[in-house]
Design a protein around this ligand. Structure first.
Ligand SMILES: Cc1cc2nc3c(=O)[nH]c(=O)nc-3n(C[C@H](O)[C@H](O)[C@H](O)COP(=O)(O)O)c2cc1C
Length: 345
């Protein structure tokens, strides 16, 4: 029996945000240690050498408080944020719900964060440490010019980010996802790429899973034309596949196991639309080596997870890594590299 299977009932007896703060504090208190990854898991994306394709998705370490602690759990990379230019409190509580029977989460946090200046200071303090840390940026809820918020975030966070993620897919900031519409997206990405300093980090774009086929085509075309370095597919969904939990009707973004099928389908759609011209990073319902492997074969170079960590605990990244290694070897691959997009002969 793992330590987490003992701790989980205690954590789950707490209100979800309280449990989050407690687990976070425990993690931060753990001694930092270097983690070795099997060289067969190394992947290069956008000029960055990822030691393992399994990353922590944005939203857990919103304020860049403990990226090194998450790297020490065995994540191959950590995405902090979403950070907005100014601090903001987010939506009123309750805004985070566990759907235990569904192994899912619904959140309507609304980009609660301490602002980019605080994250910048923390990331400056860890400069020079090993480990890939990406910074996910967003716009303040009451910004009069959201494009200007993204441009400012790119310019400001570039010096401390191994990569930047432009997040226009959170369902919890009203109107934000409209930036995924073709005209708005083109103008946004133009401004973002102009704002990136010369020699600055690669820029990834994170999209919603609730997109029509025409949106997928438009986003793929514009992202390629504007020189985006990778797409993250996907954020949480506003759809509600059949759910058992009493919290199923809460508004917000759904993540975890019920998102798995939709996120995989969107990954396939983006792979078809981009024709392999743009690296893809998969997120949504990944909880095992088999889940990660299915995304990699469907075209993902990297994967990210959040919700499964809540249900399975801090040993999950290492477990997924060892399951993934067994799977690639059992199918005759020497390394993860040759497994990427192997669904498409
Ligand atoms: C509580 C919570 C907060 C999140 N906050 C953010 C965020 O600030 N920015 C972002 O890009 N994604 C955010 N996400 C989305 C995750 O990064 C991820 O894309 C999504 O949850 C699907 O992955 P999962 O099923 O492994 O959780 C959040 C997810 C959860 C559950």
């Amino acid at each position: 029996m793992s330590l987490y299977s003992l701790a989980r009932p205690l954590l789950f007896a707490l209100e979800p945000e309280q449990a989050h703060h407690l687990a976070f504090a425990a993690l931060k208190a753990m001694p930092a240690r270097a983690v070795r990854h099997d060289p067969a898991l190394a992947v290069e994306v956008a000029g960055l050498n990822f030691p393992s394709p399994i990353g922590l998705a944005a939203g857990l370490d919103k304020d860049a408080v403990a990226p090194d602690a998450f790297l020490a759990l065995g994540f191959g990379f950590v995405e902090v944020g979403t950070v907005t230019p100014l601090p903001q409190v987010g939506n009123p509580r309750p805004r985070l719900f566990r759907l235990v029977e569904d192994e899912a989460i619904i959140n309507r946090m609304g980009f609660n964060n301490q602002g980019q200046a605080a994250a910048l200071e923390r990331l400056r303090a860890r400069a020079g440490r090993p480990g890939i840390v990406g910074v996910n940026i967003g716009a303040n809820k009451d910004a009069t010019d959201r494009v200007a918020d993204y441009a400012a975030g790119v310019a400001r966070m570039a010096p401390v980010a191994d990569y930047l993620t432009v997040n226009i897919s959170s369902p919890n900031t009203p109107g934000l996802r409209a930036l995924q519409d073709a005209g708005a997206l083109d103008a946004l990405l133009e401004a973002v790429m102009v704002a990136r300093p010369a020699g600055g980090p690669p820029v990834f774009l994170k999209v919603a899973p609730d997109l029509e086929a025409a949106d997928v085509d438009d986003i793929s075309r514009i992202a390629i034309a504007r020189g985006i370095d990778a797409l993250i597919v996907s954020n949480t969904t506003i759809s509600r596949p059949s759910l058992r939990s009493a919290h199923a009707c809460q508004s917000g973004g759904l993540s975890g196991a019920p998102l798995k099928g939709l996120a995989l389908q969107k990954l396939r759609d983006f792979r078809a639309a981009t024709g392999g011209k743009l690296p893809l990073i998969a997120a949504g319902g990944i909880a095992s080596g088999a889940d990660a492997y299915a995304r990699i074969k469907a075209g993902a170079s990297l994967v990210q997870l959040y919700s499964a960590l809540i249900y399975h605990g801090s040993s999950l990244p290492r477990r997924i890594e060892s399951e993934l290694l067994s799977l690639i070897r059992s199918e005759g691959h020497q390394s993860i590299r040759s497994a990427i997009a192997s669904d498409y002969p």
